[in-house]
Design a protein around this ligand. Sequence first.
Ligand code: NAD
Length: 450
Amino acid sequence: MNDSIQEMSMVKKTVSEIDNSANLSLLSDASKRLEQALKYVNISEDAIARLRYPKASLSVSIPVRMDDGSLRIFSGYRVRYDDTRGPGKGGVRYHPSVSLDEVQSLAFWMTFKCALLDLPFGGAKGGITVNPKELSKAELERLSRGYINEIADFIGPDVDILAPDVYTNATIMGWMMDRYSTIKRQVCRAVVTGKPLTLGGSQGRDTATAMGAFTVIQTILPKFERIPQETTVAVQGFGNAGATLAGLLDAAGYKVVAVSDSKGGIYAPQGLDIASIHEHKNSSREMKAVYCHDTVCSIVEHQTISNQELLALDVDILIPAALENQITAGNAADIKAKLIFEVANGPINSDADKILAKKGIYIFPDILVNAGGVTVSYFEWVQNRSGWYWTLEEVNQRLKAKMATEAEKTWKIAQDLGVDVRTAAYVHGLNRLGEALDAKGTRDYYVNGV
Ligand code: NAD
């Protein structure tokens, strides 16, 4: 029955083919960063050619029986961009705007992110075109299990490992791991990371992206001779990554003056109490500028602002932590922040990069800043495979050491080559990818026998 409904296709395109298609522009924009970095690396033509192609892209249709008895078909994707350095690794996104192009771009970023952090993984990503807020919990579970039914042959602990992303969480990862285990007739914990602790999740996975970004900011701040107490911050996106990071920064003494979610933002030049706002949002689903003492919360003086206004605030640090393409040629001229740390994937497009560079704004790129999530996902995979589980202190200690080391190396490459930090991050990742690709055999090896 399912077979007649399901439609499965393998899609493989080069970046130049993608360039010709107007609705597949995100990957070609993402790949401009690759072209920029290629000027500064010494890797073989073969390696470069390999990196221009996503290795495999799978499109599936997922039939879901809805609560009212009707059948709905959802589109889903899984893309493995490259697996030279290890199995594919990447999250699964649930969002109405998910497309094959978006998933390919996200898989491309994951490839460079895993190489940059020196994780033994390639890059992958998945997604379903859906507004999860319109589904009941039972429908969401059937959709998540249905997605695994369709992609089970395409993933695995040594093939391609899933994780949470926008609008997916630990519970959904638990369903996915459970469904995959049922299909394989064995418990396969390491096929998914970001699972609930009780199903083999890692301590610290829920806060890993924010903790990683916080470590990068702390590593970079002294290079600009700044201290947290005199540094203002605006955070766009108050979800898993943005809200946790805003809380860490507030607790470390930074003045977080603005935060926002999809409905808009709040701004208070004197600084916001992030823990109170988080607590209030968790209990009421509303984001309000509140200060809570015990259980009593009162509204503090603030302005209500739009997401566009938040992005244009005159702050020291701007943190886009919502979705991609938030800063484009259309609004880049309005940006006044001195440093931007990209927690979201691809929040700034390549046209905006150039405008921001001319304004002297430093951009610390997604593939470095938000890599804490995949780093602890790697730790979870290691723990699942060894059956030996670490304490929160062990996880955070290893995470901070890795993030600080790679942030320092990336900064040094930027200084040594005289390039922007994004290009330096790609150069750093590319060098590792090039080495791995060449280890499989180079043109010289086959032509000249060397
Ligand atoms: P999330 O779903 O928990 O939160 C997303 C937040 O963005 C929510 O507050 C939502 O209201 C807000 N938002 C949605 N649309 C918006 C809009 N148009 N304008 C402003 N805000 C909007 O997601 P998350 O896990 O925090 O992920 C956020 C970003 O960080 C994504 O780009 C994701 O790919 C990236 N990221 C997340 C992780 C992770 O471990 N969570 C790891 C790496 C990268």
